[in-house]
Write a protein that binds this ligand. Sequence first.
Ligand code: SF4
Ligand code: SF4
Length: 172
Amino acid sequence: MGVYLYVVHQRYSHSNTFMQLETNIKNIQQIAQRKENENLSFHSFLKGQDFDKVDAIVHRLYGEIAPQINCLKCANCCLNLRPIASNEELSKYVEEKDIEDFKYLMSFPCKYLKDKKCTIYSDRPEDCRSYPYLHKNEFVTRILGVLQNYEICPIVFNVFELLKIEFGWRNK
Ligand code: SF4
Ligand code: SF4
C-alpha cells in the first residue's frame, strides 16, 4: 500500500482531491500501460503551456515527493537502466583496458548493486547522481524520456500524476 502524501493532501484538501503516493512498481507498470494514451494527451497539453512554468512546478513537486520515497527500498532504476559513465568516472573502478567495454555500465542489473545499495555510491557516475533528472529544465522537451522513467521510478510517476492535478487537467 502506498504512503499518504500529506503535502499534497494539504494543498488540495479544499478541493476534496486526495492523492495517495504510489510506490508499488507492479502497480505503477500496470497503470503506465493503462494510461499510455492519457499520458500522451497530457504531453500534448503541456506543449501548449509556458515551459518555464512547467519546470518550476516539476522542480517543486520533485522537492516535495523525493524525500517521501525511500530509494533504498526501491533500487528499480539500478535494476532496469544502464547509466552512461565517462572514462574519467570509469577509471575510478575499472581497469583502463576495460573502459571501452564498460562505457555503459554493461551488467544488467548494474553489477555495483548489492542488496539494493550502490557499492560505489560515492564514486557513482554523474548519470546515476542526476537520476531521475527532474531537477533539470525543459521537462516538456524531454517528455519521452520522462515517460520511460514514469514506468520505472515511483518519484517520476507521482510527480507526473501530480502535475496533471496542478494544471487541473483531466483526460477527455
Ligand atoms: S553505479 Fe550505483 S547508482 Fe549507478 S546504476 Fe549502478 S548501482 Fe545504481
Ligand atoms: S527508481 Fe526512483 S525511487 Fe526507485 S531508487 Fe531509483 S530514483 Fe529512487
